[in-house]
Design a binder for this molecule. Structure first.
Ligand code: ATP
Length: 324
């Protein structure tokens, strides 16, 4: 391997820049050339390449988003699109790839490697924390901290007015942000895509809290909750339970931005460093992740085969216990 390509793809996540920095500098340190591919697979189709130096990744470790930009690209998924991307990579002399993104990104990298033989390493970069092969994905810690900061502020006003707040957080298929934010933000209930929570059950819980002299409550609703989102849940609760004045806050895209936490910066650096070293050691088609406190490689087939919802049983139980 002489020249590696690095790209970010799918949804952006805080920590991607720190990871790009680690990939670029490890590669240069180890005698490789590095090409940044802008806008993920779209950039491969357009040969949107950037010969990167160690200085190009200076002063980005603390910045959210991704300097390489990201995109979703349907054309790449076709056999012709995949071949065109590969041909463009080869004609630029790129002979291995580091992909930073979610499961779609890893699927695309897997396809490139399987159909055309280019070695790939995937780094789990998504705020959703829903990838197998790593206990934590890049951006999840920062996004959860952002949510907690918002909950804390909402709590001040909720407590001052005897209010019931429904706060909708990101997570179409994964309740990881909602559950952690629910625990760390001291919320009364959490509605998750992985679990069916009946509205009556929620009302019963809120009533018992009210009977226990709670003057305000915070309910975290993951956007993928099967009841249809925070507005819908609030409407339905209000029909039967109007002890509190209720309000809805949708946190939306602010959860994606911001300076990465120290945890995400260190994780990004470790994963980027390990991905380059793994390529140099002849590895291919692996997800680079953190398990326990160790960096581990998981074959992409295995990583993509398992849908992995990391909802810890103790956290699920604790929501009920600690909110009495
Ligand atoms: P996030 O979890 O933040 O949504 P993601 O990486 O899963 O990130 P996707 O939009 O699913 O985001 O995928 C990013 C890109 O990867 C797609 O736009 C497409 O170009 C490519 N891709 C996704 N799935 C496949 C697939 N099955 N085969 C080939 N390429 C794919």
């Amino acid at each position: 391997i002489k020249k590696i390509g690095v790209f970010t793809s799918g949804g952006d996540a805080p920590g991607m820049n720190a990871c790009i920095r680690a990939v670029v500098r490890t590669a240069i340190h180890d005698g490789l050339e590095v090409v940044g591919i802008r806008q993920g697979y779209q950039g491969m189709l357009e040969s949107n390449f950037w010969d990167m130096s160690a200085r190009d990744v200076g002063n980005i470790i603390h910045i959210g988003g991704t300097i390489l930009k990201t995109a979703r690209c349907l054309e790449f998924k076709t056999p012709e699109g995949t071949k065109k991307a590969y041909d463009n990579l080869r004609s630029y002399g790129i002979d291995a790839l580091v992909a930073i993104g979610g499961d779609g990104t890893a699927n695309g990298a897997s396809r490139l490697s399987l159909t055309h033989g280019i070695p790939v390493m995937c780094i789990p970069g998504t705020i959703d924390n829903d990838l197998y092969g790593s206990d934590f994905t890049l951006g999840f810690d920062t996004a959860t901290n952002t949510v907690i900061e918002a909950i804390d502020k909402i709590r001040d006003t909720a407590a001052s007015h005897n209010r019931l707040f429904f706060i909708e957080v990101m997570g179409r298929d994964s309740g990881c942000i909602a559950l952690r934010a629910g625990i760390a933000g001291g919320s009364e209930a959490v509605l998750l895509p992985e679990r069916d929570t009946a509205i009556d059950e929620l009302i019963e819980k809120l009533s018992s809290h009210a009977n226990n002299h709670k003057s305000s409550s915070i309910v975290i609703v993951a956007e993928g909750d099967k009841n249809g989102g925070a507005y819908h849940v609030a409407e339905r609760v209000k029909e039967k339970f109007d002890f509190y004045d209720s309000k809805v806050t949708i946190l939306g895209h602010l959860q994606r931005g911001g300076s990465p936490s120290s945890f995400d910066r260190v994780l990004a650096s470790r994963l980027g460093f390990a991905a380059v070293r793994a390529l140099l050691n002849g590895k291919d088609r692996q997800m680079v992740g953190l398990r326990g406190n160790a960096i581990v490689l998981t074959p992409l087939e295995e990583a993509l085969h398992f849908s992995h919802f990391k909802l810890e049983d103790d956290l699920l139980e604790m929501i009920n216990v600690l909110s009495i």
